[in-house]
Design a protein. Structure first.
Ligand code: GDP
Ligand code: MN
Length: 415
């Protein structure tokens, strides 16, 4: 039971309750809390990029620039979305090659993501007294210990999954006691485990302290900085930044709300959010409409058991009236992979016969656009009346009262 709840929670948490921002926005947030970053400016046209590169050069003294595609996905370097311009005269060519491209990385859909803006940043890998070094660092909530955790590694710049597989002993965790916060000895331990000494050691303890405080104060649910860089003159800074903000805390950060880039989000999910439905798009073929998150999770299991794959997670909440049911049907049917729809409602506070009437009304309104079988399972208050209502209406809707009946009907519908 615990496992089921845990998974449900994690699923909801990761899919629906975070807001991702672009690297340049993430860096602005970090910087506002005193975390040192690789400085840069965001450009939306080549002409604009040239002006900004000139400004950046005057402010930082850099003559080499790194141009980075701004999309909500990592692995951009591998996909050709991060390129060095060795001189201001190279900026135009490099920006032209990235801006407007459909960037494909291991984290994007196969068709890639369109690049609408690029970050022009100072090159911080300049040669000097020593080699620049790349580290990995993230801050997140560890649900099994119930504590925030700083996860870090000397092996930065590569996928942390690869490090975890090949050299797990090079990944360290620092758990933070919520009552006392990050202790100075813990920040020093991070610097020590990364093999630092002298000024770089001090810089790293400052970096870790500022980073953790930024995580707390911004109400984030994930920070991932890969790489954290030690420059050849021993400065520690964030070269890349992934920040996921906690949706539920956004009301405390009005200024973060405008950071949302709807172009990066699933359009059906955006629409669902606007009408107050809890919808997450998935890869399967059976659409589902359920009241309550727990029942929705159980319903997805039921679909899998019947040999299908859920096409979505959709919690219609407490008020399953005709308008809401119709909106939900419309959202589900936007997904061309949907071969059947399972409606699974438990009538506790809401009466099943009212939901059934809602389904009938919605169905009548859109009978031409529904080409897939609908299986309705209603259980709870007035379930029998509800079943009768639907059966008597002569609609192309199968009703079931038991979970198993519903599963059998899905199986039939899919074959
Ligand atoms: P990601 O590929 O989406 O994770 O994007 P990153 O921001 O991590 O950049 C990818 C890689 O570009 C980094 O791992 C670095 O090796 C490289 N890179 C980033 N900034 C600079 C820079 O200022 N100079 C040079 N030479 N390389 C850089
Ligand atoms: Mn990176």
């Amino acid at each position: 039971m615990t496992i089921v709840i845990d998974r449900c929670f994690l699923f909801l948490h990761q899919t629906n309750n975070t807001m991702n921002v672009h690297e340049y926005q993430a860096k602005e947030i970090l910087s506002s809390f005193g975390v040192r970053i690789q400085r840069g400016k965001v450009a939306r046209s080549t002409k604009n990029a040239l002006i900004l590169a000139q400004e950046l050069s005057e402010e930082t003294g850099t003559s080499w620039f790194i141009v980075k595609a701004q999309i909500h996905a990592g692995g951009r370097g591998k996909g050709g979305g991060v390129k060095l311009a060795k001189g201001i005269d190279k900026v135009e060519e490099v920006v032209d090659s990235i801006l407007g491209m459909d960037l494909v990385t291991p984290q994007t859909p196969p068709e890639g993501k369109r690049v609408h803006q690029v970050l022009i940043a100072e090159d911080v890998y300049y040669p000097g007294a020593s080699e620049p070094e790349e580290y990995y660092m993230s801050v997140l909530l560890n649900r099994s210990t119930g504590r925030n955790m700083i996860m870090y590694s000397s092996e930065g710049g590569v996928d942390i999954e690869t490090v975890a597989e090949e050299t797990p002993h090079l990944i360290f965790n620092e758990h933070i006691d919520p009552a006392v916060g990050l202790m100075p000895f813990q920040a020093r331990r991070v610097a020590f485990n990364l093999g630092l000494s002298g000024n770089a050691f001090k810089e790293m303890t400052r970096f870790v302290t500022a980073l953790y405080s930024a995580y707390l104060q911004s109400d984030s649910s994930l920070f991932e900085i890969n790489p954290v860089l030690k420059t050849s003159d021993d400065k520690i800074l964030a070269v890349d930044a992934k920040v996921s903000l906690d949706d539920n805390a956004l009301f405390r950060h009005k200024d973060f709300q405008e950071l949302r880039d709807l172009r990066e989000e699933n359009p059906v999910e955006v629409e669902a959010k606007e009408v107050g439905l809890n919808y997450v798009s998935l890869d399967g073929n059976v659409g589902c409409m359920v009241n309550g998150a727990g029942l929705a999770m159980a319903t997805m299991d039921l679909i899998k058991q019947a040999g299908g794959e859920p096409a979505n997670f959709l919690d219609v909440g407490g008020t399953a009236d005709a308008a809401r049911v119709e909106t939900a049907f419309r959202l589900i049917l936007k997904d061309p992979n949907v071969k059947a729809i399972l409606v699974n409602i438990f009538g506790g506070i809401v009466r099943c016969d009212r939901v059934a009437q809602g389904i009938i009304d919605a169905y009548k309104n859109m009978v031409d656009s529904i080409e897939v079988p609908i299986i309705v399972r209603l259980q709870g208050t007035n379930a029998d009346i509800a079943k009768e209502l639907i059966d008597n209406y002569g609609l192309d809707v199968y009703t079931a009262v038991l979970f198993q009946e519903a599963a059998d009907k899905i199986q039939e519908a899919l074959h």
